[in-house]
Design a protein around this ligand. Structure first.
Ligand SMILES: [Mg+2]
Length: 279
């Protein structure tokens, strides 16, 4: 029995189960968008997140009795007698706001690791739930978009690069000065609202970089995309260029730059020396 192969199968089954269960909610939300939003009791935001989480747990329990769940929704939950062998770090729905506003860009994110540490993630899945496109990776075996091996873009001048930047923060005045030079040099800035999926877009060269230096993104949101981008050949580091090795916990947050290796180098320089005129 190949451990990795089995995990992949389990994660794909989790994804299928989520899609089955959330499709009616998405259809309902598209019919009555104006009634959706924040609200106590029956809050559709929570409903879809919890349905997706339940679907993941249901499928996991069909295959394994013991594991530790590290979830954006429910926190850390131990199942079975040996929960410290397998850690499942999940963000059941990444991009919930997109779901409720009818923007077709949201994902589920599942990472399997041997310890609650990012560096031990060995199998990962990020699934674009609207378009049913799935990104997977296994440590040492590359990354795939559905059945095709993926790799990041190459040889793109910074001026032509498509760069995702997450600026959603209450400390905008602190991070924007660091990014001004990058923003000035770039013609194509994007942020689509589901960071795990945007990191996968870097992994397969759809976009050239994704920059989130806010320090606000939960580790549960990026654990799977981290492995997918690394295995594809993209670079994903701290804003200082250091490897990301963080504890996987719902409260733990990270700042990072993910990019093709050439653009990554340039972005690091622009962030280190925001005042310099020339790269
Ligand atoms: Mg979420």
């Amino acid at each position: 029995m190949t451990k990795n192969l089995d995990w992949l199968k389990i994660l794909l089954q989790c994804k299928d189960n989520i899609r089955r269960q959330i499709t009616p909610i998405i259809k309902a939300s598209q019919k009555s968008q104006s009634n959706l939003g924040i609200g106590a009791g029956g809050d559709p935001i929570k409903e879809i997140d919890l349905v997706a989480e339940k679907a993941i747990i249901e499928t996991l329990k069909e295959h394994i009795t013991s594991f530790t769940l590290v979830s954006e929704e429910s926190g850390i939950i131990e199942y079975g007698e040996n929960p410290d062998k397998n850690f499942l770090t999940i963000d059941p729905i990444d991009g919930t706001t997109n779901v409720i506003r009818g923007i077709p860009f949201f994902a589920t994110s599942i990472a399997v690791s041997t310890r609650p540490a990012l560096s031990t993630v060995h199998t990962a899945l990020v699934a674009d739930l609207f378009h049913n496109v799935t990104y997977i990776a296994q440590k040492g075996r590359g990354s795939y978009r559905d059945n095709s091996r993926i790799s990041p873009s190459e040889n793109i001048p910074l001026e032509e690069a498509i760069i995702g930047i997450d600026l959603n923060t209450y400390k905008a005045e602190k991070i924007i000065p660091k990014l001004t030079r990058l923003i000035k040099k770039t013609k194509h800035i994007r942020h689509l609202g589901a960071n795990a999926l945007e990191i996968c877009y870097v992994a397969n060269g759809t976009i050239d970089a994704f920059v989130d230096i806010r320090g606000k993104l939960r580790t549960t949101d990026m654990a799977a995309a981290w492995l997918i981008s690394k295995e594809a050949g993209a670079k994903i580091t701290s804003p200082e260029g250091k490897p990301l090795d963080v504890k996987l916990a719902p409260q733990n947050k990270v700042a990072f730059i993910a990019a093709n290796p050439q653009i990554h180098k340039i972005i690091l320089k622009t962030i280190e020396n925001p005042e310099k005129e020339k790269l």
